[in-house]
Ligand binder design. Structure first.
Ligand code: BGC
Length: 355
């Protein structure tokens, strides 16, 4: 080989090296599992303290395609959320739209990589991430008929993230409703939990009750005694006529509720406290930590009432040691104005008050 050839080979080699290097830098965690912090077992109560204050990445990955509901998750959101004082994210995900509609429910790999990206960005930003299964209507319509299909979806999710750190938490299903009752929900979620436990024996898992995770159905939830890595969840949107006024896109008749205010009566405040007391009583009797995975008031309500309600619900939850995640970051309930690139400071202040 003459000297020209050697220089050419050297240059080619350097170029190849730098290309591989660049690629690694942009996506270190997914290409190099060694870059992931290890999984370490942590108790459910301790995990729930770490969940603390959180926000939902709603209207993004639970659409049929990300963006269909208006929101696409951007890399800068993770640090913004962390810097604003949140400790966790809840990521609603419509796995059902991205899986084979029949057994063995194979999940589309491009979609999986997108979820890897979201989770890994959360890890980098030091945010806990609750990943759930959202909008899976065929399951709500026929819980037992689609049980095995759903179980296979979870087998793949659990296997893919089994080596991820404990800051990644699984939530089996958002808001069971329609044909779900206490008995068939018990059968379905326990079948999923068994499959999760094959690969993730001690990862903390979030489970909520039927009737759209209603707080009033908490006592229908019969969590298995022998599994102490479970966190119970509920959603809170009461009074519904206040929080969902003008949500005409998905709540029929809600246009009639426009103008409903909140916070001018003592009974408004007392009601939230007594609702949460009932959850806390259940949790104490069952010895389970509680995560309020959704609460929020839609943009059509007046801002002063939204701020009062959000502050009171968040503080009351905290007084009972419930962790929480506000619904949601950047869409119709949003605390972040994506067009202006700024927080809605009143709402953010209601969630994360200055010390
Ligand atoms: C639903 C959303 C809805 C929100 C408030 C969520 O659980 O998935 O579509 O906007 O609740 O109603």
């Amino acid at each position: 080989m003459n000297w020209k050839n050697s220089i050419f080979t050297l240059l080619l080699f350097t170029l190849l090296l730098s290309l591989t290097g660049c690629k690694k830098k942009t996506n270190v965690l997914s290409e190099d599992p060694v870059g992931l912090p290890p999984f370490e077992e942590i108790g459910a109560f301790e995990q729930n303290v770490l969940l603390g204050r959180g926000v939902n990445f709603g209207n993004a990955l639970e659409g049929e395609n990300e963006g269909d509901m208006g929101m696409v998750i951007q890399e800068e959101y993770f640090t913004l959320i962390k810097q604003a004082g949140f400790q966790s994210l809840r990521v609603p995900i419509s796995w059902g739209y991205h899986a084979l509609p029949v057994y063995p429910s194979t999940i589309d790999l491009t979609f999986f990589s997108r979820i890897d990206w979201v989770i890994e960005n959360a890890i980098r930003a030091e945010l806990n991430a609750v990943i759930n299964c959202h909008h899976i209507d065929v399951l709500d319509a026929d819980p037992l008929g689609n049980k095995m299909w759903f179980v296979e979806i979870w087998r793949q999710i659990a296997d893919r993230y089994k080596d991820y750190p404990n800051s990644v938490i699984f939530e089996i299903k958002n808001e069971p409703h329609d044909q779900f009752n206490a008995d068939n929900w018990d059968e379905v979620y326990k079948a999923v939990l068994d499959v999760i436990r094959e690969t993730n024996p001690t990862r903390n898992v979030v489970i909520g009750p039927i009737n759209w995770n209603s707080f009033s159905s908490m006592n229908t939830l019969d969590l298995p005694e022998n599994d102490q890595h479970l966190i119970a969840t509920f959603h809170y949107y009461n009074p519904f006529q206040f929080t969902h006024q003008g949500a005409t896109g998905w709540v029929e008749g809600s246009g009639d509720w426009l103008g409903t205010t909140w916070g001018n009566l003592q009974s408004h405040y007392a009601r939230v406290i007594s609702d949460f007391e009932s959850v806390a009583d259940w949790a104490e009797a069952e010895n389970r930590p509680v995560y309020m995975g959704e609460f929020g008031a839609y943009e059509q309500a007046d801002m002063a009432s939204r701020v009062l309600w959000t502050d009171h619900v968040a503080r009351t939850a905290e007084s009972f040691d419930f962790s929480w995640a506000y619904w949601e970051f950047g869409a119709g309930f949003g605390i972040y104005d994506r067009n202006a690139g700024e927080w809605r400071e009143e709402l953010l202040g209601a969630l994360i008050p200055e010390e």
